[in-house]
Design a protein around this ligand. Sequence first.
Ligand code: AMP
Ligand code: MG
Length: 312
Amino acid sequence: MTAPVLRPDPAAIRQAAAILKEGGLVAMPTETVYGLAADAANADAVARLYAAKGRPSFNPLIAHCASADIAFGQGDFSAQARHLAAAFWPGPLTFVVEAIEATTVCPLARAGLDTLALRVPAHPGARALLEAFGGPLVAPSANPSGRISPTRAEHVAADMGDKLDLILDGGPCTQGIESTVIDARGGHPVVLRPGSVSPADIAAHWPGVISGKDDQTAPSSPGQLLRHYAPQARLRLDVIAPEPGEAYLGFGPGKATLNLSPDSDLAEAAANLFAMLRELDTGHERIAVAPIPREDLGAAINDRLARAAKQD
Ligand code: AMP
Ligand code: MG
């Protein structure tokens, strides 16, 4: 049976919170991608979530909270980390910090680590659900592990509808790329996963940000699997002239099968990326992607494309 799809009105939010309290799974809209929410404190619910996604259980989950104060009650935030959180929360920035003893996030959700990833999302649907639920919700992207992240409720229904209890339809995601993950434990923030907040954005509030890839001492983020976000089709990147038989995902002016942003707008391209990859993946065996600048949000877009293009 496939899960009902409801707009996140007050009655649907109450129903969703009740399902989560009983250990169920609810897909919720966030500003980045659709999340697959479960009670972070309930190990059985988290185990169901890992199983539904086919996600390796060494890959820890982000705990989403209704407010910064709730997040600060779960993990150890330095004064600088709090200052940065105040600048970006609610929003698409995730902090990895030491878990504090009182944390209610179960060890399975943390993959047994002493650290904890925390975020306060901005989407009104996610916020309403988190407020109604009270405690932290883990919410990885609502897609089978390794596949393209969902940016619309229809994507979730198609990929996971039979494995969930309810889907909240909050419309298309505005950012379209997952949150930026930083390690906030030291004197400088270290980017573990590039995302919709750029290192320059972070540096304006906490100078000395280290972009993780350049720093061999950076702690690894277990979720940075090489092949991820993958379509079924074969993907070729930085292509100026597509070959016959290839669908062309364009960027900027020019002819293309689909165009991420005819105006070369990186935010628009990020919002369109996963939905367009999905659309081209039905009906094409090969997809060529136009070059996309690597600065700002382009770093996160290229990170996702490189993983999507990686062959098994
Ligand atoms: P997703 O839930 O699919 O958006 O992925 C969550 C990301 O956060 C993955 O890249 C995880 O590896 C990363 N993450 C979650 N918890 C931790 C942690 N304690 N330490 C480092 N990275 C983490
Ligand atoms: Mg994901």
